[in-house]
Design a protein around this ligand. Structure first.
Ligand code: ZN
Length: 144
């Protein structure tokens, strides 16, 4: 893929799923975000290389990062409402902040280096059975 040097881009998410990546790309583009998928070709042709290249990368125009992230959050929330728990089949998964020692360290680091934005660790948790996952389960067709 040709790199466009005219516009600086930032990778805001990686996907290991070609279909999800393209649906998100399409939805962002519909919202006026300039974005591209990188390494899409490699991943599609040779899935073994997925780890080597870090999956399909979603890169957006640097000036639109904030807007794109906000949209991604909206998509995620919308998607979350329709996600089925892979463990119990319930439809009650929410995103929660993980309370772990790592978070205390993160809090201290955030305090020490307050100019750095350190993301809180988030997990997706089923309210019915307590199942937790770091990635949104891709077990239905809500994105289609
Ligand atoms: Zn469950």
């Amino acid at each position: 893929m040709q790199r466009n040097n005219a516009v600086e881009t930032t990778i805001i998410r990686t996907f290991d799923n070609y279909i999800s990546a393209n649906i998100i790309l399409g939805r962002l583009q519909q919202s006026g975000i300039h974005c591209v998928l990188l390494d899409e070709y490699t991943v599609t042709i040779d899935p073994i290389l997925t780890n080597a290249v870090g999956g399909i990368k979603l890169a957006v125009d640097k000036e639109q990062v904030e807007q794109a992230l906000r949209l991604l959050n909206e998509f995620d929330e919308e998607y979350l409402r329709s996600v089925i728990c892979p463990n119990c089949g319930g439809n009650n998964i929410i995103q929660v902040s993980k309370q772990s020692p790592a978070n205390i360290i993160t809090a201290v680091l955030t305090w020490l280096f307050s100019s750095y934005a350190i993301a809180t660790e988030k997990v997706y948790q089923c309210q019915d059975c307590g199942y937790e996952t770091e990635k949104i389960p891709e077990n239905n067709t809500a994105y289609n």
